[in-house]
Write a protein that binds this ligand. Structure first.
Ligand code: BLA
Length: 293
């Protein structure tokens, strides 16, 4: 039985903000003023947007969308200041009455297959988390191949029927993952080497650039708040920093999307979907082979 109607992702946001407040002072982010009262075209829909920063966190923001008897959406993310190489906390859930599509992760700033030191630093000790949830929230099947480089070995990528039990499992996972992220944040030591700070900034910018261009939520946002509203929300709220943290373009980072006339191919994926099963082993080592397999 689906519980879509009475369910709200707001409690996820409340939990996260409260936990964060225990550890640091939340300062409203400038983007909050502009997007707090954003009004959708449809009467049955409520959009809520909140954004903050803390001493170590450049941007902590959440968007929830609640549609009566229809879609429930959570987009919650936290991006550290470039002085820290912290993973990006990422909780995305889109629930229709029939199914929920979920990505919950501590997205790595650096690809964990290429950067083994980064994998060791952050994920080695976290692998038990994925075992805890791999049965309750199993791998969601084939996925946009390009997304994988932004996922960590502990990513929860899943699709389920939004029953009470499944949503409770997701809430439990969300709380665990967020607490772990806060621990990492607390322990993070400020980098002073300018080169490393620049590298962190560029890595975050690359991530923001990917998501601002290819986020699967875009078409729903466009429907709710129109094309220019959706563009603003994506570039100045959800992925704020995409216009200021760096100057490289989407095609500089992802040249495989270039079309002959120099524009960006609108397809989400050039490589196609792949990875029908979880492509990391219990140690967090990538075992997915070539993306095209
Ligand atoms: C589907 N959302 C998906 C899928 C992924 C994500 C992987 C499955 C389709 C695919 O393989 O691309 C999420 N992809 C991510 C995330 C990253 C990524 C988090 O690369 C990070 C690096 N989803 C939202 C929001 C909405 C939303 C805010 O997060 C709506 C406002 C909707 N997601 C949504 C919908 C689908 C989807 C409607 C199914 C339709 C589709 O695939 O386009």
């Amino acid at each position: 039985m689906s519980v879509g109607a009475g369910f709200s992702y707001k409690k996820f946001v409340h939990f996260a903000l409260e936990q964060t407040r225990h550890r640091s002072t939340l300062v409203p982010h400038p983007s909050q003023e502009k997007f707090k009262f954003i009004k959708p075209n449809e009467d049955n829909t409520v959009l809520s947007a909140l954004s903050f920063s803390t001493s170590k966190v450049r941007l902590l923001r959440s968007l929830t969308i609640e549609q009566k008897n229809s879609a429930q959406v959570l987009d919650f993310a936290a991006f550290s200041e470039p002085e820290y190489d912290l993973p990006i906390f990422c909780a995305n859930a889109f629930s229709s009455p029939a199914r929920s599509i979920v990505v919950l992760d501590l997205n790595p700033l650096y690809d964990t297959t290429e950067h083994k030191d980064y994998r060791e630093k952050y994920y080695r000790n976290l692998m038990p988390l994925i075992h805890k949830y791999s049965e309750l929230l199993p791998w969601g099947g084939k996925i946009t191949s390009e997304s994988l480089r932004f996922f960590s070995p502990i990513v929860i990528w899943t699709i389920f029927e939004p029953t009470e039990a499944n949503l409770q499992a997701l809430y439990s996972a969300f709380m665990d993952y967020y607490k772990v992220w806060l621990e990492l944040m607390d322990g993070a030591v400020r980098e002073t080497n300018e080169e490393k700070i620049d590298r962190n900034r560029e890595a975050q910018h690359k991530y923001l650039t990917w998501r601002a261009e290819k986020d699967p939520g875009y078409s729903l946002l466009k429907k709710l708040i129109g094309e220019s509203g959706a563009k603003d929300l994506v570039r100045e709220f959800l992925f704020e920093g995409v216009s200021s943290l760096g100057t490289k373009s989407f095609l500089d980072y992802f040249p495989e999307y270039a079309q002959e006339d120099g524009t960006v191919n609108r397809k989400r994926s050039m490589a196609g979907k792949s990875f029908g099963t979880r492509p990391w082993d219990v140690h967090g080592r990538f075992v997915g082979g070539d993306a095209s397999c």
